[in-house]
Design a protein around this ligand. Structure first.
Ligand code: CDP
Ligand code: MG
Length: 647
């Protein structure tokens, strides 16, 4: 309780509550770590708002929602999931008792489907508003709308760095409440010349700080799990080599897929005489505050989704950050005392190459999912939806086209029965279409398993350095018969299920048991939703073509044809792509394939690939493919002269 009183926001508690009482909508701005996320919902609870309904607090990131809920339940001395809970996709840790609910912005968006006026809530706090995720931007429009006919609903829009005026204007001149932060000076250092390899440079900088600088923990911003694991490994190796010549260095990774029990480690206080280095994704930029950080290392990059509405292709790319991000990152070192920030780029780069702000996600993403959600909410006129920053009309059009091709919308743009069923699943439209289509091919059991395995991403197999051959052999077993990656995922799931979900089996097969458990959870939930959309669960394991056709029903946009040089060409909007080396089909190179996603590393790679019969495309998606698109003759045709001679 004493600690709560030392937070900057505490002094403004009563003033804030008075403002909430007086106004329906308030924009709140306060330095990261001032106590907005953890304290405001508690203040509202103490002031009696939870007696009228729940207090929702949205977060753009899953890890933040979970970790903040855990912290607040601890502060209130209640069990997590009781009075204080969280809700993220595929994981609901709340109960009848829950009064303060931390949730991802995407989950609140989905709650509109079941409760369009959010009647169960007395306050909605849209937190980290500056992140401008797609879901947050859509929430803005929806909460603004319901606030008009629910005068009892309070809206708080909060953030660390916010163009507060812009938000206030959008919410009909809502008052701005500023929480003055305490911030110590931060010394910013740049490199003299651009770094060729920022991972390398980051490691060198960590070690330099560790041996030359006074006590204080280090925070390093990396772009994702893979980079974090690389740096973790190299650091462990290097410090082991130095033995007792240097003080102890505790390495703490934090990223979205990090298992919950390991997440808590970043908040533990560092023992005297040692130093902590936190290897984090963007999550530590504003969503999470780690006490004791004195040094920040900022390589200047983050992973960002980008979308080309012309080709309909979406990719995760490593991009330079914005100036606003760079300043937030630097600020993380000056929270409890003067700090230092080491930017692994030149001051010229900072001045001339970085954009001022990150482009809102709505302007650089595929909108099919959001359009489907809005249509199910009965919002038809998307062009006139109250967007804070409207998406490019090309992207809206593309989304409508895609949903039409998936038969989720009819030619008048109205939701079809298929579309209505698809919207029930908290998945990308292509995945939900694949599931809905499984009814027709009588293989819903298999397709649900595949969808769950695809949803957990890229963390199923592991490959220890000293046992790579064994791991690869184990993996190949699931590909027997060159069935393709989707069926291989199904084989993994089914084999595990046959062992009654054995952990030992996972170890023996170099499979991450945690990922599998998550897949099982997701699958259970999908199965529950199947009942809601009245699709019978039935198995058709022996008919692989039926399963592949169901997959094609969702993913026919992602088809590609082999070229003479071993590369592939996507069928519509031609682009050169390759089969990812991790695919079971990487050596086989089938003539026609369908893929789950594209990832751009050294090349544009297709990940999770399955062979396809081209006539399926025309059979399954006649609006989208004509015979000429899949005409295979072109590559078989004999050279002109020869053809005639043969005649
Ligand atoms: O939202 P805002 O950035 O304004 O601050 P907050 O997240 O409410 O954090 C307030 C304080 O709680 C900080 O000192 C954090 O270090 C601490 N906190 C924590 O120790 N563990 C968490 N899981 C979350 C916050
Ligand atoms: Mg916060």
């Amino acid at each position: 309780r004493d600690e709560r009183k030392t937070l900057p926001i505490y002094k403004f508690r009563d003033e804030l509550l008075k403002a909430v009482d007086e106004y329906q909508v308030i924009v709140i701005v306060g330095e990261t770590g001032s106590g907005k996320t953890t304290q405001i919902p508690q203040y509202l609870h103490e002031a009696g708002y939870t007696a009228r309904g729940k207090v929702a607090c949205t977060q753009p990131r899953r890890v933040a929602a979970m970790s903040v809920a855990a912290r607040v339940s601890q502060e209130m001395g209640v069990k997590l999931g009781h009075e204080v809970g969280y809700s993220i996709r595929f994981e609901d840790c709340t109960s009848e008792k829950t009064m303060i609910k931390y949730m991802t912005d995407g989950m609140l968006l989905r709650e509109f489907l079941g409760e369009p006026d959010l009647a169960g809530y007395s306050v909605v706090m849209v937190d980290e508003a500056h992140e401008r995720t797609l879901s947050t931007d859509i929430l803005f429009g929806l909460v603004k709308d319901i606030a008009r006919f629910r005068p009892d609903l309070k809206l708080l829009i909060s953030s660390a760095t916010l163009d507060a005026e812009k938000f206030s204007d959008y919410f009909d001149s809502a008052p701005i409440f500023k929480i003055p932060g305490r911030r110590y000076p931060v010394e910013v250092h740049y490199t003299k010349a651009p770094e060729a390899d920022y991972i390398d440079a980051a490691i060198v900088t960590i070690l330099q700080i560790h041996v030359t600088q006074p006590p204080g923990d280090i925070l390093v911003f990396l772009t994702g799990q893979e980079e974090i694991e690389t740096v973790d490994e190299i650091l462990k190796h290097k410090t082991r080599g130095l033995g007792t010549k240097i003080p102890e260095l505790n390495i703490c990774p934090i990223y979205a897929n990090l298992p919950t029990e390991l997440q808590a480690k970043i908040f533990e206080t560092t023992p005297e005489g040692s130093r902590k280095v936190v290897l984090a994704t963007n999550i530590a930029e504003t969503s999470l505050t780690i006490d004791g950080i004195k040094y920040v290392i900022d390589p200047g990059f983050c992973k960002i989704k980008s979308y080309n509405p012309r080709t309909g292709m979406e990719s995760l790319l490593i991009n330079p950050i914005s100036k606003a991000s760079a300043n937030q990152r630097a600020g993380r070192s000056g929270r409890t005392g003067p700090g230092k920030c080491f930017r692994l780029y030149t001051s010229y780069n900072y001045m001339h190459d970085l954009e001022d702000n990150t482009v809102p996600e709505i302007q650089r993403t595929n909108l099919a999912n959001v359009v489907l959600t809005l249509k199910s909410l009965g919002i038809h006129d998307l062009v006139n939806f109250d967007f804070m920053d409207p998406p490019p009309s090309e992207a809206l059009l593309k989304a409508l086209e895609q949903l039409f091709a998936l038969s989720a919308l009819n030619s008048r743009g109205e939701l079809t029965k298929t579309g209505r069923r698809m919207a029930e699943f908290p998945l990308d439209p292509m995945l939900s279409k694949m599931i809905v289509a499984s009814e027709k091919y009588k293989c819903s059991d298999e397709v649900m398993s595949i969808a769950s395995m695809l949803s957990i991403g890229n963390s199923i197999f592991y490959r220890p350095k000293d046992k790579q051959v064994h791991a690869d052999n184990a993996r190949l077993n699931f590909h027997t018969g060159n069935v393709g990656d989707h069926i291989a995922l199904l084989n993994v799931y089914n084999s595990w299920r046959e062992t009654d979900f054995s952990t030992q089996w996972c170890y023996e097969n170099y499979i991450q048991v945690r990922s599998m458990k998550r897949a099982r959870d997701i699958r259970d939930q999908l199965e529950g939703l199947m009942e809601r959309v009245e699709i019978e669960v039935c198995s058709n394991a022996s008919d692989l073509d039926a399963i592949k056709k169901a997959i094609t029903s969702g993913f026919f946009h992602h088809s590609a044809r082999l070229q003479k040089n071993g590369s592939y060409r996507t069928v519509k909007n031609p682009q050169t792509v390759f089969i990812h080396p991790s695919s079971g089909l990487a050596q086989l190179l089938p003539r026609w394939v369908i893929y789950h996603e594209l990832v751009l590393t050294t090349k544009e790679y297709m990940r999770q690939v399955t062979e396809l019969k081209p006539e399926w495309l025309v059979e399954i998606a006649p609006h989208y493919y004509q015979l000429k698109d899949v005409d295979d003759a072109g590559s078989k045709k004999l050279p002109k002269g020869q053809g005639r001679a043969a005649l």
